[in-house]
Write a protein that binds this ligand. Structure first.
Ligand code: 5GP
Length: 194
């Protein structure tokens, strides 16, 4: 996706330890026009899949998630990272290890929002080791639903998330794929390598 690739080149900042900072358009300030285009692109890529809901994780997944849900004309659910005060029997809970924060979070989704048989598209801002996507997929499956696909805004292809998700049988679509972030430089996976 050229618009997104340009944004990553122009505004992405490489931090140490393989982390890309994109807080000018995705993780803090958000670019609504870019988000709209991301929603359209996921909708185009998953055209033909039956999708009844979009599921993401707060907070940076919400913007691409809601624009995708808008295009697909289905609801968006975002998994919460904080425990809510509702009874634990009313929620699905999964443990997710955060690559950037180096801590394990419990993510939760209310049972009332995913019904058995639901076809859920998972959307997230980044894919690194696949922890967040696997946690969301486990929640969908606990609910008796199935994963229609996984849409990722920025994939760091030098980490194993994409491969692990694919090996587990999930269809992964990433809008840009980063091959490396060494010495402050962003290198992309070329399209013919994808
Ligand atoms: P994973 O769960 O696949 O290991 O990591 C994905 C999650 O960690 C995303 O939800 C995202 O919040 C965060 N993340 C992983 N790598 C990066 C990165 O390089 N930059 C930013 N901004 N977030 C990242």
């Amino acid at each position: 996706m050229e618009l997104l690739r340009r944004k990553v080149i122009d505004e992405g900042i490489v931090l140490g330890q393989g982390v890309l900072k994109v807080d000018s358009f995705l993780n803090h300030q958000m670019d609504p026009v870019l988000m709209r285009e991301i929603g359209r692109e996921f909708t185009r890529r998953f055209n033909g899949e039956e999708i009844t809901k979009v599921l993401t994780i707060e907070s940076s997944g919400i913007a691409p998630g809601i624009m995708t849900a808008l295009e697909l004309d289905v609801p968006l659910i975002f998994a919460r990272k904080q425990k809510s005060l509702t009874l634990t029997e009313d929620i699905y809970v999964e443990k997710v290890y955060s690559f950037t924060k180096k801590e394990t979070n419990e993510i939760t989704v209310s049972k009332k929002f995913i019904a058995p048989g639901e076809r859920v598209l998972i959307v997230d801002d980044f894919l690194a080791n696949g922890e967040a996507a696997f946690g969301l997929a486990r929640i969908v499956e606990q609910a008796g639903g199935s994963v229609a696909g996984i849409g990722i805004v920025i994939e760091k292809s030098f980490q194993p998330g994409h491969r692990l998700l694919q090996e587990a049988g999930y269809r992964v679509e990433s809008l840009v794929r980063i091959a490396s972030l060494t010495e402050g430089q962003i290198a992309f996976v070329e399209d013919d390598e994808v």
